[in-house]
Design a protein around this ligand. Structure first.
Ligand code: HSE
Length: 337
């Protein structure tokens, strides 16, 4: 399988590292041999149709800050030029989230789908703004559009939902979907001020490039849109979500809740009739009352009740495992078709 990686930040680099570490395992367990034919960052690209030397690419990225400096295969080349000119089966879209127009990821995904490439995205922006349309294009072009890493990091939320839904109907999705805000709320319970807790969350590397996306609830809303489309079959986008963040929560609010055996969590809720994000007071014993950067997603099924999955919802290495998961299912699909 030949892949192009667009965006070479924490997640892109973690993915390449995983690919190198697990090369033999992936070949033995899944017959998966992945050739990275292009990696593009904001300053240029490294391209080799025979497959890049990944150790060398990682070294150059560390030393020079760009893959464009990789000897003999580094070029001044845009994301789009690489997608249009390099022969590949899969585009991995790992550029940053932009909720204004989804760019540059939106154009990368649209171009790749039109060219007949399968797409794995860890970028939530294009899906949050146009998931129903992107899924239709992928279906029409008969290619895969995979996005495990956009919700829950390495936590297999979407696979869990698909499995739960076999023979039953998911009627409601509730989730703590943002590690940064959950970390802040947990640390405020410990007595920290909002600003101090935010700095700690940023130092841990979970916050978005623009942390207001986390605080305002927009990151949770993006993930909720993806879940609502995929798990409930709602054709919604970001504009359909009522969003309230955690900026107004005070340490005193958390203290009052704690004394009553409760806590406050930023929760996304999706049902057929409504989709919203809001800080909610819940029992400390509720499975959604996870701490620090953990995520938790509860599905309510028509017949079998509430099911919850929890785990680390962010982080480069964790999210990179979701890319591997998506590649394995694309590989299985390539073999079948
Ligand atoms: N900023 C996000 C979070 C990263 O804190 O959960 C993972 O999507």
């Amino acid at each position: 399988m030949n892949v192009i990686i667009a965006g070479f930040g924490t997640i892109g680099q973690s993915f390449v590292q995983l690919l190198m570490n697990h090369k033999e395992f992936l070949k033995k367990a899944y017959g998966m041999v992945t050739k990275v034919v292009a990696i593009v960052d904001s300053k240029g690209a490294a391209v080799s149709q025979r497959g890049l030397d990944l150790n060398l690419v990682m070294r150059c990225k560390r030393e020079y800050g760009t893959v464009a400096k990789v000897p003999s295969v580094g070029y001044e080349m845009s994301f789009l030029e690489a997608i249009q000119s390099v022969e590949a089966n899969v585009l991995i879209e790992a550029t940053y989230t932009n909720l204004t127009n989804g760019e540059p990821g939106m154009t990368h995904i649209l171009t790749a789908l039109q060219l007949g490439l399968n797409v794995v995205t860890v970028n939530k922006g294009p899906l949050a703004l146009a998931m129903p349309m992107l899924k239709e294009i992928a279906e029409h072009r008969k290619v895969a559009l995979k996005f495990s890493g956009t919700v829950g990091g390495g936590l297999p939320v979407l696979a869990f939902a698909r499995e739960c839904a076999k023979g039953d109907k998911v009627v409601k999705v509730e989730g703590v979907l943002n590690g940064t805000t959950n970390y802040i709320l947990t640390r405020m319970e410990d007595g920290l001020k909002f600003e101090e807790a935010l700095i700690e969350a940023q130092e841990k590397g979970y916050a978005e490039r623009d942390p207001t996306l986390d605080i305002s609830g927009m990151d949770t809303a993006c993930k909720l849109v993806i879940l609502a489309n995929e798990v409930l079959g709602n054709r919604v986008t970001l504009k359909d979500v009522r969003v309230e963040g955690i900026a107004d929560i005070k340490p005193e609010d958390l203290k009052i809740a704690k004394n009553a055996g409760k806590t406050i969590r930023l929760i996304g809720v999706a049902e057929e009739s409504e989709v919203f994000v809001k800080p909610l007071v819940i029992d400390q014993s509720d499975p959604l009352a996870v701490k620090y950067t953990y995520n938790a997603i509860t599905l309510t099924l028509e017949n079998s009740g509430r099911h919850t999955i929890t785990g680390k919802g962010a982080g480069g290495r964790e999210t990179a495992t979701a890319i591997i998961r998506d590649l394995i299912s694309i590989k299985e699909r390539l073999v079948v078709t």
